[in-house]
Design a protein around this ligand. Sequence first.
Ligand SMILES: C[S@@+](CC[C@H](N)C(=O)[O-])C[C@H]1O[C@@H](n2cnc3c(N)ncnc32)[C@H](O)[C@@H]1O
Length: 72
Amino acid sequence: MKYRGDQNFYMCEIRKDFTIDATFKGNSSRFLNHSCDPNCKLEKWQVDGETRVGVFAARSINIGEPLTYDYR
Ligand SMILES: C[S@@+](CC[C@H](N)C(=O)[O-])C[C@H]1O[C@@H](n2cnc3c(N)ncnc32)[C@H](O)[C@@H]1O
């Protein structure tokens, strides 16, 4: 799964012909920042025949700690 983020373009490639693009619409996962030492990870699941991307804790996270994952 590839993810590319910059000021005006947020897109997550699920397959060659299928992407999630949060440029105009998205959910609270839009607020996760990048870190090279992230506390979260993305997982791609098949749910009822649909591809879903979920954010999961990669380690124990303290209250108030920003949620991050590796954009690359
Ligand atoms: C998906 S948004 C993350 C949420 C965003 N920080 C906000 O407050 O809405 C991605 C943008 O956040 C900023 N960003 C994400 N991670 C960052 C980091 N580690 N350091 C500085 N800016 C970051 C960049 O401007 C990036 O284009």
